[in-house]
Design a protein around this ligand. Structure first.
Ligand SMILES: *[C@@H]1O[C@H](CO)[C@@H](O)[C@H](O)[C@H]1NC(C)=O
Ligand SMILES: *[C@@H]1O[C@H](CO)[C@@H](O)[C@H](O)[C@H]1NC(C)=O
Length: 403
């Protein structure tokens, strides 16, 4: 009896230790965040173990998160929802039911998940698209691009690019009653990366006549060259995206070869020959002083030229939109950039906001001081946060004014 009680006590203590993660004090509803973060950590540990045993790739384990969150395409009184394909790529399409009263807006949305996870049909993403569609009377195309592994860069980019290009054709726009002057790309996290890259590529594509009106970038990843920015240092262990997981996502985007992951973990993955690119992601130059804080700039030690030759995506602006020249940035549409204080990707977004502004692009930069990575998709029980609704409302409000 005593022994059983002791075991139970120990188990409870262990569980408590596992679930407890120190959160920044300004994060509201800490229990929801802590439990989600513990569930993620548990799944990550199990996936690591399964990978070590040779049972599956780590990401296949993590994909359980996607699977349990999937919802069928279900229309409601405001929005007709269907799964279909554009240009051979699966998409979930949200069409407002309300009488249009003229041509509609459109948003092409790319979900997050580190280029490895996620689905337009996850409950959180379904709700984001549904709300945008209903509240600003917009056609929303949410894209299910190919994921890594097995598909590596540039497959993800190519899928979202071909869907966007397909949709921007005037026959397609008119089929859906969309105003060609009111189309926007949007995405969160890895999807924000894809949205920024698509916007850049479109301005240089002579085959595309319709120009984007806007880009909505929600805690986007925008560069892989320096994984030691102040935000990576400050938030290495914060929910829901620790630095180690972001390193894994970035490396998996290019390859499953662990050599690249190890090089990235120590921030030694950019070869000396590419040193001329570093000023484009130099946080000491591009971050506002209040975000640089007391951090000291250190130039990363040069990495292996062989890795960069094998995985040229590492230095490709389609993977790191911050590598675009000012001449290229100047032609981009207006941008909304959301960054979260407690997020390894905070400084990517903050630097892009500064670089776009210097290039003359109108930018609205919302920095949410009490937010963490991924917060915007916490929209329904059991993963519901007032913060999630507030961030999404800010995005929808900007679209209403700017699209
Ligand atoms: C439909 O739209 C109305 C008005 O925006 C809203 O109050 C209602 O909750 C929406 N219904 C659903 C199922 O989202
Ligand atoms: C980064 O910026 C700082 C300050 O603007 C500068 O002193 C340093 O030389 C730069 N380094 C690189 C590699 O661009």
């Amino acid at each position: 009896m005593g022994a059983r009680l002791l075991c139970l006590g120990l188990l409870a203590a262990l569980l408590g230790y596992y679930i407890y993660s120190p959160l920044p004090e300004d994060v509201a509803q800490p229990w929801t965040v802590m439990l989600t973060s513990a569930a993620l950590r548990a799944l990550a540990h199990l996936s690591e173990a399964a990978e070590l045993l040779g049972l599956m790739n780590y990401m296949e384990g993590l994909r359980l998160i996607t699977a349990v969150e999937l919802v069928a395409p279900t229309s409601d009184e405001n929005v007709t929802v269907t799964d279909t394909e554009f240009s051979g790529v699966p998409v979930r399409l949200f069409l407002p039911r309300r009488a249009p009263g003229g041509l509609r807006r459109a948003v092409v949305y790319f979900h997050g998940g580190g280029w490895c996870l996620g689905d337009a049909g996850m409950h959180g993403y379904d709700l984001v698209s549904r709300r945008i569609s209903n509240e600003i009377n917009a056609v929303v195309v949410s894209v299910n691009y190919r994921l890594a592994p097995p598909h590596h860069f540039p497959a993800q980019f190519e899928d979202v690019y071909s869907v966007t290009k397909f949709f921007l054709q005037s026959e397609v726009l008119s089929q859906y009653g969309v105003d060609p002057e009111r189309v926007c790309v949007a995405g969160d996290s890895a999807g924000g990366n894809l949205a920024a890259a698509v916007a850049q590529q479109l301005v240089e594509d002579p085959e595309v006549k319709t120009k984007l009106r806007a880009q909505l970038l929600i805690y986007p990843a925008l560069q892989v060259l320096d994984l030691d920015l102040p935000s990576y240092r400050d938030n290495a262990e914060k929910p829901l995206l620790p630095r180690s997981l972001m390193v894994r996502f970035w490396s998996e985007y290019f390859t499953s070869d662990p050599a690249l992951r190890e090089a990235m973990a120590s921030n030694r993955h950019v070869p000396a020959e590419a040193a001329q690119l570093l000023p484009l992601v130099n946080w000491s130059r591009w971050l506002p002083a209040e975000m640089r804080r007391a951090h000291a700039y250190a130039r990363a030690a040069p990495g292996s030229a062989e890795l960069a030759r094998r995985y040229p995506g590492l230095l490709d602006p389609r993977a790191s939109p911050l590598l675009a020249s000012e001449a290229r940035l100047r032609r981009l549409p207006r941008a909304f950039i959301l960054t979260c204080e407690h997020d390894v990707l905070r400084d990517d977004g903050a630097m892009y906001a500064v670089r776009l502004r210097e290039a003359g692009v109108p930018v609205t930069h919302l920095h949410a001081k009490d937010a963490f990575h991924g917060a915007m998709t916490f929209l329904a029980w059991p993963l519901e946060l007032a913060l999630g609704h507030r961030l999404l409302s800010a995005c929808v409000g900007w679209l209403r004014e700017n699209l």
